[in-house]
Design a protein around this ligand. Structure first.
Ligand SMILES: [Zn+2]
Ligand SMILES: [Zn+2]
Ligand SMILES: [Zn+2]
Length: 295
């Protein structure tokens, strides 16, 4: 369901949101004289969530990333953000969400201060707003990937470690956190906590798989029998060379020939120093044409 658009960011509402909203409003044990305040409270909760998600989306835009969509689920909101793959850009895109809740802190305190005494229901509503905002802030800052706190931890580690390694650490902590939450849900017999635990567990597991792919790219296996004649680095094993015909192939496996179109390459580029050299110079042991001078 399309709700509205602001600065090119469209907010959608998933239909299951209505079921959860009715269930949670009916279940609410808050002490209001009029039930309409329970509806107002639930809507205000989602107002805070939308502001939080806009924090992510606008921050992502500000560092040159893409953000076009926010979806509201029963469990909360998701801003679909694609910041540039740099630690600082990702850190800012993630941190801006909880930062909105920090900015809302004095706002909710002031509203409660000035609204107090006007109407008992209004006072209770404003008191609830203050605590809902604080609860959302604390929950989001738990260092459990994929919660904001876990993603902030990942981008902080990324300043010191590789991207894959930082994601592996953060997602592993996320798996532990999801397991702990799952146990707590069983102990408390809470369906809601159980759903969040399963959701977080699946997301953290996806994070671990993504980290494995990143690590494989960061540390490819190397072909030790060949070496770049310029920088001496061993070429990676795998289809890292692209023929103009569009085929990716391992030039050291085929001897510099694309097996799809038959194109033969007289030089091979080094992925580490960027220089070109004939493939015979990479593999002096095999080719007689290149004899390194020895003392
Ligand atoms: Zn967030
Ligand atoms: Zn080809
Ligand atoms: Zn090289």
């Amino acid at each position: 369901l399309r709700l509205f658009e602001f600065r090119g960011i469209t907010v959608f509402l998933h239909w299951t949101w209505f079921i959860a909203a009715i269930y949670l409003i009916v279940q609410s044990t808050e002490n209001y004289h009029s039930g309409i305040w329970k509806v107002a409270e639930y809507l205000a909760l989602f107002g805070i969530v939308i502001l939080h998600e806009f924090g992510h989306a606008l921050a992502c835009r500000s560092v040159g990333g893409r953000a076009e969509k926010i979806i509201l689920w029963p469990l909360g909101g998701v801003a679909f953000v694609a910041p540039p793959p740099r630690a600082g850009a990702v850190l800012w895109s993630i941190a801006a969400g909880p930062l909105v809740n920090v900015l809302l802190l004095p706002v909710t305190v002031a509203l409660l201060h000035f609204g107090r005494g006007l109407n008992p229901d209004l006072t209770h509503f404003l008191w609830r707003m203050k605590w809902i905002n604080i609860t959302l802030l604390i929950f989001n800052m738990l260092p459990i990937y994929p919660l904001d706190g876990g993603q902030i931890l990942q981008s902080l580690l990324w300043f010191f470690l590789s991207r894959g390694r930082s994601l592996l650490i953060a997602a592993s902590i996320g798996i532990l956190g999801a397991a702990a939450l799952g146990l707590l849900a069983l102990y408390e017999r809470s369906l809601f906590a159980g759903m969040i635990a399963v959701f977080a567990g699946v997301m953290a597991w996806n994070g671990i798989r993504a980290a494995m792919l990143l690590l494989a790219q960061e540390n490819p296996r190397r072909r030790t029998e060949a070496a770049c004649p310029y920088c001496g680095s061993h070429p990676p094993i795998g289809n890292h060379w692209t023929c103009p015909c569009g085929h990716d192939f391992d030039t050291f496996q085929t001897g510099g020939i694309c097996l799809i179109c038959g194109n033969s390459f007289n030089v091979t580029q080094c992925g580490d120093c960027g220089k070109d050299a004939p493939i015979q110079q990479w593999m002096p042991a095999r080719a007689g044409s290149y004899a390194p001078t020895r003392f």
